[in-house]
Design a protein around this ligand. Sequence first.
Ligand SMILES: [Fe+2]
Ligand SMILES: [Fe+2]
Length: 276
Amino acid sequence: MKVLYLGDVVGRSGREAVIARLPELRRQLDLDFVVVNGENAAGGFGLTPAIADDLFAAGTDVIVTGNHVWDNRDILPHFQRERRLLRPDNYPRSAPGRGAAVYDARRGGRVLVVQVMGRVFMDPLDDPFQAVASALSTYPLAGAVHFTLVDIHGEATSEKMAMGHFCDGRASLVAGTHSHVPTADHQILPGGTAYLSDVGMCGDFDSVIGMEKTEPLHRFIRKMSGGGRFTPALGEATVCGVYVESDPKSGLALTVAPLRLGGRLEPVWPVGAMPA
Ligand SMILES: [Fe+2]
Ligand SMILES: [Fe+2]
């Protein structure tokens, strides 16, 4: 299967770039399944039902989130009705929604998507490793599902790498999000799992991780608020993603490659994926 995972969509600039490019990317990369991280899609903080619907209409199969999932309260009831929306699985059991689910890909095949949040420099949630282990054993790769995507939403690359090795041979892709900066360590681990520490954001890189830079700079330099709010930077976004092609039998990765298009970062077309 051919799967694309796009990192945190930040504000209007990120949304517009993803919505404009995704229909063509689906065709060009001949994609079976697309996952998008939407935790910063609404003004940088959370997402709304209308924004989720726009991302689905553009060709997103599943939206994952992260620590900003509840920032926009409008999304809370949507988690009860919209199965294609996930939040970190290691949140308290009483939180709305779910963090792991199996989906039918449009051209056949079943895809398990699991999202967990790291605990290093993040809120102290339940054990993300236990949460992932439980999902992987409930829906084994090459048994119940044909492709397994694990998102580790976290700050520390050490914790993300540990999650990659923990899942090696049991998932098709383990990818990190949350730092908003793409890493260059994409690889297929020894057991056959594709891995990347951070996918990067879909946002304007003339910014501080997607936010207009004046207020963050003020706070870093003076250790006090500049009186402003954090608002997303509005320049053209770079769409950052990771592309994986998996073996139809084993579900393990044959190819892993970054994708970066538009905005300020150097363009990268996934190696191994033929432009149609
Ligand atoms: Fe984010
Ligand atoms: Fe985050």
